[in-house]
Design a protein. Structure first.
Lengths: 201, 201
DNA sequence: AAGGCTATGTTGACAGTGTCAAGATAAAAC
DNA sequence: GTTTTATCTTGACACTGTCAACATAGCCTT
């Protein structure tokens, strides 16, 4: 249950698998990620991973969990910059969100894709990390409402869903290859930010 | 090249495959869609489909093409209702877009998913149907700008990308199972519509 | 320390998958 | 009537995830 440090058979296969998977993920994409190759990378046999993960989906969930943890920290760091105005932080958040997706397309696909969420397949471990991340979006939205940046006549939850939906949608259209031209990312971000904040313009 | 009507070997295998695929798609999802099963459905051997489609992706593209054609018609029908105000039509469009995705999740996933778009894998046939569909979104956006519904100080293309991004994002969060609670779809749609039209409120 | 328990890792096997190569058949073209 | 071409077939290959049965090595209790 705990992380054994250099114990008997392999050492810490669980960590080794996640590490190998993360490496393969960013290089070759989530679709060409096979348990057998990961096992080979770690120097064990094909079925060894099954002693650490229920199935492939569970392994993917573990990788995604780390992604959520990382992104949650990044979001907090942006939001907590007290030397910047709320407006500047909001704009920065928009750019950083899309930037994160553009820089880590395969990780983003994994975190917010149907692979691990569909059919209530999400692990509890995953939910424990992801839900606070979603919740933080609502917290920020409420703050921006209080600061008069976002419209106050909307329910915070709905507003958070819509603003997040916007960022998510743009991110997906980019990383899924539907926006073939990715040279105007920053302009799209600014347009989205302006649109939400238009009352102040 | 043309659609043979009840010709020699099978008749019209191409159509039969697309039909079988569409049926299986809505029932079992795009992930469990295999060429071998489709061939079996059509009563031919496993490799027969390869005489009508270059590979699996080409078959999927053909199905998606029909989806785009259908949705394009639906969008036009909504937009062209001259008995309704632009505002009412805009709101209806938002609801219908999300509604289409919610009612045909697997088709939506196929049309706007990475499966057929990634790595420039999209067929020319697909692009010929999809791009006018995307373009129509820009046309509508420009119209709504002229009518004063959407902000006029934004570039029409950027604005279309952002508004479409919003709808796409909400749709994906819904059909990918990330929004576990799908009981407030209409409220989310209204919130999104209000947000874009807030200048008029 | 001895023996059993449990975690971990192994090989073998099975049912799938997409796709290529080579051969068969039937319609069309000449 | 012969040749060409489109279509369909079987055989095969390299993959995949996953289960069952077995082997090993560290831990725990006696």
């Amino acid at each position: 249950m705990a992380n054994a440090v250099q114990s008997y058979h392999h050492g810490d296969l669980r960590s080794a698998l996640i590490e190998a998977a993360t490496a393969r993920l960013s290089e070759h994409g989530v679709d060409s990620l096979s348990l057998r190759k990961l096992a080979e990378d770690a120097g064990v046999s094909r079925t060894a991973p099954y002693h650490h993960f229920k199935d492939k989906s569970a392994l993917l969930s573990a990788i995604a969990a780390k992604g959520f943890s990382d992104w949650h920290s990044a979001a907090k760091r942006i939001f907590d910059q007290e030397d910047k105005t709320p407006k500047a932080r909001f704009r920065e958040f928009v750019h950083e969100y899309i930037g994160y997706a553009a820089d880590n397309p395969e990780m983003y696909e994994l975190m917010f894709g149907r692979t691990i969420w569909q059919n209530q397949a999400a692990t509890n471990d995953l939910k424990d990390v992801a839900f606070p991340c979603f919740q933080f979006q609502v917290t920020m939205t409420r703050y921006w409402q209080e600061k008069g940046l976002l419209p106050n006549n909307q329910d915070a939850l709905r507003l958070a869903q819509v603003t997040w939906g916007t960022l998510h949608g743009i991110a997906r259209l980019l990383i899924d290859g539907i926006y073939a031209d990715s040279s105007h990312i920053d302009e799209m971000c600014d347009c989205a930010a302006d649109l939400f904040m238009q009352k102040q313009v």
